[in-house]
Write a protein that binds this ligand. Sequence first.
Ligand code: OOG
Ligand code: MG
Length: 256
Amino acid sequence: MDRLTQYAETLDTAAIKAEATPQITPVDSAFTVEEAYQVQKLSVDRRLARGERRIGVKMGLTSRAKMLQVGVDEVAWGRLTDAMLVEEGSSLSRAKYVHPRVEPEIAFLMKAPLAGKVTAAAALAAVEAIAPAMEIIDSRFENFKFALEDVVADNTSSSGLVIGPWHSPRQDFSNLGVILEIDGEVVEVGSTAAILGHPLRSLVAAARLVAEAGEQLEAGDIVMAGGITAAPNLSPGQTVRNTVQNLGSVMFQVES
Ligand code: OOG
Ligand code: MG
């Protein structure tokens, strides 16, 4: 088995078992970002071979707050499958994760394919709807510590997503207030402007990055725009809610 296939298997198994695995880059200094994206694809292909279905992509590290929290300052993307969907208003089990965190985000629903170098106007024209959302991220690496290559190989820590009510994108969503609450207490506040200055820039970047991998955004795809604030840890018993100005809110609970 070649080393990239080996990394993909290790990361996929770590996710299934909810057990942390050592970082790759400290022992393989030649590991490149390009190879890391190959590992990501190999690992998600294992999920698809088990019957999971591709539902879209996620952008990561699109805000200063996120870049600072994990010490990686380059935008990255990952692949989403139906098994990662957490029903809005439902409970997830803490035991299925290594060390989960939650990010307030917004999501795009695509109505047309999009790929390559596109303008913001073209990206907007391909959007059916926008929604308040949360991503549950769970690095498979020990201590939630990684370099860019590691986190890309690990499908950018993707673990779950919760989507709130869909709204028309024919509104100004460039600077909407965002409030993340845990058990009714405000733990993070921000603005959709934290996402690269405008969330549409994240969609433009997604179209370019997936095209570099020979893929495209499809009609019906969900695109997660990226965390707006730093991501707090999740623990059993919590009720977590993200409220986005004009878009309403989205919530889930954490069980043991
Ligand atoms: C990497 C994934 C970051 C986001 O929205 O910025 C991400 C991580 O923090 O583990 O999903
Ligand atoms: Mg995210």
